[in-house]
Design a protein around this ligand. Structure first.
Ligand code: PMV
Length: 359
């Protein structure tokens, strides 16, 4: 698939004065991490993620036929005007403009809200951009009723990727691969594809409890972190390793080997942070309580043999992954021992979900 195939027809002969679309998009958590990119939001290596369910963004866009020669937009977050979101959205609209020329005919009013607290340290860019992209595709589908379902979802992921790379993995499927990899047929650098093989029952409804260790603003953004991979001394090895790990993960997700899953997921999380610590300039996003949690998880696993593991995003929070059938004992452990490491004892319980949908 090449980018040109995603350029929408621009037949605006019949246009209503106003359209309104809404979408709900989940966050996702990467098992094999995307860290480093080429121009136009092309990933330096492939990644694979679990789609979440409870952590989501709900977005409504009202498209009004534009009043002035240049289309404008306003954005509201949880009911209040949010001009600080505008620069990121402006960049997003500029990037997607060639593929959705019809947008130039509309002023947009964007209303968005998250199911998780704004200052929780949970990145809302994946769910936020996925929800936006889905609303825009709903408009495209209304203007061009001929487009297929496959095209709808591929292009929604393609547009979301131009807003935030990991957003491409929040559109469709409970496990999503983004980035070309030989073990995944039809995988693409341009958009995420649902994991094409049968997921082992061990992973059905897999749990993700997000421990909110630090709800503050990160000192180093993902954008800067990705940039630092350009001159990184270990970049080449890391990108090769990610390809290899994705291949291994593809087998694990089918054969249900939870010990292999744990080893790979934790290694990926620590490698992501190792890349940060060995960048120039170097930085650390983990906090003392992050490390305390990791040590507790290792001790608990050794003691009980239960299949609890952690992964990390570009931040201090810890995602705890575990199978549903061990939920009771693991939840007891979380409340008893790990909640104390969270800011205000705050954590979020989530599990595998299926992607973005219209509401
Ligand atoms: O989508 P971005 O540019 O915010 O980058 C996300 C990078 C990680 O969350 C650290 C890893 C990943 O694959 O989601």
């Amino acid at each position: 698939m090449i980018e040109e195939l995603f350029i929408a027809k621009n037949d605006l002969s019949v246009l209503k004065q106003q359209y309104m679309f809404q979408a709900q998009a989940p966050s996702n958590i990467a098992l094999v991490k995307y860290w480093g990119k080429k121009p136009h939001q092309i990933p330096a290596n492939p990644s694979i993620s679990f789609t979440l369910s409870n952590c989501h963004t709900t977005t409504k866009i009202i498209f009004n036929q534009k009043k002035k020669s240049l289309a404008t937009f306003e954005v509201f977050f949880e009911g209040a005007k949010k001009n600080s979101f505008k620069p990121k959205l402006q960049t997003f609209f500029e990037r997607i403009a060639p593929y959705v020329p019809f947008l130039a005919a509309f002023d947009m009013e964007i209303h968005t809200s998250n199911s998780f607290p704004h200052s929780s340290g949970i990145a809302s860019s994946a769910s936020g951009m996925a929800a936006m992209a889905h609303c825009i595709m709903q408009l495209e589908k209304t203007l061009d009723t001929q487009i297929s379902e496959d095209y709808f979802y591929q292009k929604a992921s393609f547009l979301a990727r131009l807003g935030s790379g990991s957003a491409s993995r929040s559109i469709k499927g409970n496990v999503v691969v983004w980035g070309e990899n030989e073990s995944i047929p039809k995988s693409s650098d341009l958009y995420g594809v649902p994991f094409p093989f049968e997921l082992h029952t061990n992973f059905k409804n897999y749990k993700d409890t997000i421990l909110l260790v630090d709800k503050g603003e990160k000192q180093v953004s993902s954008t800067v972190g990705h940039q630092l991979m350009h001159q990184h001394p270990f970049a080449k090895q890391r990108f090769e390793q990610a390809h290899d790990n994705l291949k291994k993960m593809t087998s694990i997700l089918q054969n249900g080997d939870l010990d292999a899953f744990i080893a790979l997921v934790e290694s990926e999380a620590l490698t992501l942070h190792a890349m940060m610590m060995t960048s120039l300039p170097y930085f650390i996003l983990m906090k003392p309580n992050t490390l305390k949690i990791l040590e507790s998880v290792w001790a608990f696993r050794k003691e009980t043999g239960l299949k609890l593991c952690f992964t990390l995003d570009a931040g201090a929070n810890v995602h705890l992954l575990y199978p549903t059938y061990q939920e009771k004992q693991i939840n007891d452990f979380i409340t008893r021992e790990l909640a104390a490491y969270c800011q205000n004892n705050h954590y979020i319980c989530d599990s595998l979900g299926s992607g973005t949908h219209a509401i």
